[in-house]
Design a protein around this ligand. Structure first.
Ligand code: ADP
Length: 328
C-alpha cells in the first residue's frame, strides 16, 4: 500500500552534536530517493512555531557531511512546552503540508515530539544526537565517537606538558550525569584515574592511587573527571583537596568544555548518521511512529520512544574492569 506521507519535516533540537548535519543530509536525500517532499525546520520547535521552513532537495545538503554543528540550527523553546504553543506549531505544519517529522536531538526533544504525537497524532521518528551517549535504545548516539576523539586528542596534548613538568592534571569532560565520555576517553588516552558518577569509590582511594603512582616512578598523571562525578567536589575543589593531602603533587586543572561538542564528525558518526537517516524515513513511510532509531551489535534497531526517554543507558561493565586493570 502506498504511504499516506507525502512531506516530511526534519529538524534538530536541544544540544547540538557532530553528525547532526550528516543525519539531515541523509533524511533529505532519502526523501528525494523515495520521491517524498522534505522540508527543513529551522531552530527546532521555535522555528516550528514561527513557520521557519525551507523546502529541501538532494542538492540543498551538498558539502555538509563533514561539518560540525547543524545547518538547521538548534534551539530550546519554552513555548512548545505549552498546549497553546503546540497548537500553533500544528497549524504551521499543516499550512506547510508537512505530515510527519524526523526529530534529531536528545530525550527532551523526543519528549516534546511524543506529547505532540499524543495530542495531534503527528507521526514522528527520533534520531539520537548527543555527545553524552546517555540515551537508552542505542549503543551509540550521534556525536559520541567524535567527542571521544576530540577528548583523546586534547588529553594527548595535556600529557605532553604534564610530563615535561612532572605535573598532575585533572581534566574535566562532559557527560551530564553519565560517565561514558570519561570512561572511554580515559581508557583511550591512558589516564591514571577515571572518576565517573556511576562508580564513586571515594576520595581516599584516589589519594592512595596517586600516592602509588608517584612511588612507582610515574613522572606525570592524568585524572579524568566526568562533569557529573559524585565525589561531592568539583574539579577545582578536587585539586585543592589533593594538594592539601599530597603536597608532592603540582596540580593543574583543565576543563575541556564546549570544544567537545564541535568539530568535523568522525567517519563513524558520518556513517551512523547516514544509516539512521535512511532508517527513519523508511520507518515513517512504512506507517511506523513514536520510535527512535538506534544501533546495537552494528544493526539498526527501533525502540519505542517512551522507553528511549525513560530508560537509562548502562555503563559497559567490561570496560570499567579494563580501566581498573589499566590504571594499576
Ligand atoms: P535535548 O533534546 O538535548 O534533551 P532539551 O531537554 O533542552 O534538549 O529539549 C529540547 C526542547 O524540547 C525544549 O526546549 C522544548 O522545546 C522541547 N521539550 C522538552 N521537554 C518537553 C516537554 N516535556 N514538553 C514539550 N516540549 C518539550
Amino acid at each position: 500500500m502506498a504511504s499516506t506521507i507525502k512531506k516530511i519535516g526534519v529538524f534538530t533540537s536541544g544540544g547540538d552534536s557532530p553528525g547532526m548535519n550528516a543525519a539531515i543530509r541523509s533524511v533529505v536525500r532519502t526523501c528525494a530517493y523515495m520521491k517524498v517532499d522534505c522540508v527543513g525546520i529551522f531552530r527546532g520547535y521555535q522555528g516550528m512555531i514561527e513557520g521557519d521552513f525551507k523546502p529541501m532537495d538532494a542538492r540543498s545538503v551538498n558539502n555538509i557531511i563533514n561539518k560540525g554543528g547543524t545547518i538547521l540550527k538548534s534551539a530550546r523553546c519554552d513555548d512548545f512546552r505549552t498546549p497553546e504553543g503546540r497548537k500553533i506549531a500544528y497549524e504551521q505544519l499543516k499550512a506547510e503540508g508537512i505530515d510527519a517529522l524526523v526529530v534529531i536531538g536528545g530525550d527532551g526533544s523526543f519528549t516534546g515530539a511524543m506529547i505532540f504525537n499524543r495530542e495531534y497524532g503527528f507521526p514522528m521518528i527520533g534520531i539520537p544526537g548527543t555527545i553524552d551517549n546517555d540515551i537508552f535504545g542505542t549503543s551509540f548516539t550521534l556525536g559520541f565517537d567524535t567527542a571521544l576523539n576530540t577528548v583523546v586528542d586534547c588529553i594527548d596534548k595535556i600529557r605532553d606538558t604534564a610530563s615535561s613538568h612532572n605535573r598532575l592534571f585533572f581534566v574535566e569532560v562532559m557527560g551530564r550525569d553519565v560517565g561514558h565520555i570519561a570512561l572511554n576517553a580515559g581508557v583511550g588516552a591512558g589516564a591514571e584515574e577515571i572518576l565517573i558518577p556511576e562508580e564513586d569509590r571515594g576520595l581516599d582511594r584516589l589519594l592512595e592511587s596517586l600516592k602509588r603512582s608517584k612511588q612507582s616512578g610515574k613522572s606525570s598523571s592524568i585524572v579524568i573527571v566526568a562533569e557529573g562525578d559524585k565525589t561531592g567536589k568539583n574539579v577545582f575543589e578536587l585539586k585543592e583537596y589533593v594538594e592539601e593531602h599530597l603536597p608532592i603533587y603540582d596540580v593543574r586543572v583543565s576543563v575541556l568544555g564546549h570544544m567537545q561538542r564541535g568539530g568535523a564528525p568522525s567517519c563513524y558518526d558520518r556513517v551512523l548518521a547516514s544509516r539512521m537517516g535512511v532508517k527513519a524515513v523508511e520507518a515513517l513511510l512504512e506507517g511506523r511512529t513514536n520510535l527512535m532509531v538506534g544501533v546495537r551489535d552494528n544493526k539498526l534497531i527501533l525502540t519505542p520512544i517512551d522507553k528511549a526517554i525513560k530508560g537509562t543507558s548502562k555503563m559497559d561493565k567490561e570496560l570499567i574492569r579494563v580501566s581498573e586493570i589499566m590504571t594499576t
